[in-house]
Design a protein around this ligand. Structure first.
Ligand SMILES: NC(=O)C1=CN([C@@H]2O[C@H](COP(=O)(O)OP(=O)(O)OC[C@H]3O[C@@H](n4cnc5c(N)ncnc54)[C@H](O)[C@@H]3O)[C@@H](O)[C@H]2O)C=CC1
Ligand SMILES: CC(=O)C(=O)O
Ligand SMILES: [Mg+2]
Length: 371
């Protein structure tokens, strides 16, 4: 199969969808791998590393896209990338469609087969291709929050661990999944006072068991959210309803109850965000202030630690990439219902229920197309 790896073009996105060792494996299986010149640079992989692995290098981005059967990316395609896609091609990347109607419609119009990393499931539960980046983003959320609490960033001037004689900051994490647990763990490590809110009792039980009471676990209700808003110095939004737009859990009116200079980090921004006042930001300009509250809403947080993130992401994606390349999308998905859960759009049809619901589009079951 002809496989292409374009250079990512989103703001400050330095990850790449395939490492040289991944390229070596695909080439070894008889596939033709074309890497856009410079695609791996931001993650510390040189063009020569890909060449040594047997990949072809191509400087012309138009050719990278047009000659491919399978396109491997990291971030959801940007408008100029959507325009390059065509019928018969398979795109494998993060899509987060429920957060973006124009992208959904653009992919439908392209006619391409679009498989999202973030909706693929696993037999043991969870989202195996979202988890590695959620781990990174959860860990980064505390760094971002701590930095945003500094005065120069518009924050209240609070140090997360406090100092002897001065109480530590209060950190609330909403959503105790992969992002939430990793954020809570980092905040604990820095000495903050940590509370995790979730609607899943099993998740709260797991956290309580694992951290032995060192973080508070609270069932997420309107009351609990109001208390979090009043008491917290830093709130991290980490909820997910798979494939769907995030619920808005903190409204603009609630910001009035927050301490001036407190911070909201909305990691769930890639699914539209879980705070009403969230809007996507970039690593170039990560924060803005609404009603005295600092908002950090970067939708590609792991891109900033591209070396770590690329390795973690490709460790998880490679078995799926190999199946797509060896068997073609239809057979690969037919052989694995968890992989089939990744199919979001095929030849103009939306095959993921939550995406169809978000934009009132017709839903077609993936199983019908796979046969
Ligand atoms: N901004 C970025 O760069 C990145 C963002 N993400 C995003 O972070 C979000 C969280 O991802 P994961 O932790 O992997 O998901 P997860 O599925 O592991 O955890 C989500 C948790 O939210 C809980 N939840 C759902 N609705 C809730 C509600 N109304 N109140 C309280 N808890 C609720 C669920 O019970 C679950 O425990 C996703 O939107 C994901 O795409 C992930 C990686 C990078
Ligand atoms: C999950 C995602 O969208 C990211 O890592 O950028
Ligand atoms: Mg994202």
């Amino acid at each position: 199969m002809k496989i292409a790896v374009p250079k990512e073009i989103k703001n400050h996105e330095y990850r790449v969808a395939l490492t040289p060792s991944g390229a070596r494996e695909l080439v070894g299986r008889g596939h033709v791998v074309t890497v856009q010149a410079g695609a791996g640079e931001g993650a510390g992989f040189r063009d020569g590393d890909y060449e040594a692995a047997g990949a072809r290098l191509e400087a012309d981005v138009a050719k990278v896209w047009s000659e491919a059967e399978l396109i491997l990316k990291v971030k959801e395609p940007q408008p100029e990338e959507v325009a390059r896609l065509s019928r018969g091609q398979t795109l494998f990347t993060y899509l987060h469609l429920a957060a973006e109607e124009p992208l959904t419609r653009g992919l439908m119009e392209s006619g391409a087969t679009c498989i999202a990393y973030e909706t693929i499931t696993a037999p043991q539960g969870g989202l195996p291709l979202l988890a590695p980046m959620s781990t990174v983003a959860g860990r980064m959320a505390v760094q971002a929050g701590a930095h945003s609490l500094e005065k120069a960033q518009g924050g209240a001037g609070v140090l997360l661990p406090g100092v002897p004689g001065v109480a530590p900051a209060r950190v609330t994490v909403i959503g105790g999944g992969v992002v939430g647990e990793n954020a809570a763990r980092m905040a604990l490590g820095l000495g903050a006072e940590v509370t995790v809110l979730d609607k899943s009792i099993p998740r709260l039980e797991a956290l309580d068991d694992r951290y032995q009471g060192r973080m508070k676990t609270v069932f997420s209700t309107a009351d609990a959210l109001e208390e979090a808003v009043r008491e917290s110095d830093l709130i991290i939004g980490a909820v997910l309803v798979p494939g769907a737009a995030a619920p808005k859990l903190i409204t603009r009116a609630m910001l009035a109850d927050m301490k001036p200079g407190s911070v909201l980090v909305d990691v769930a921004i890639d699914q539209g965000g879980c705070f009403e006042t969230s809007k996507p930001t970039t690593h170039a300009e990560p924060t803005y202030v609404v009603d005295g509250v600092v908002h950090y809403c970067v939708a590609n947080m792991p891109g900033a630690v591209a070396r770590t993130s690329t390795q973690a992401l490709t460790n998880a994606t490679m078995p799926f990439v190999t199946a797509l390349a060896d068997k073609g999308w239809k057979q690969a998905l037919a052989d694995d219902s968890h992989f089939a859960a990744g199919l979001n759009v095929h030849e103009g049809q939306v095959t993921y229920q939550a995406v169809a619901d978000a934009f009132d589009l017709e839903y077609v079951e993936a199983a019908k197309l796979i046969g």
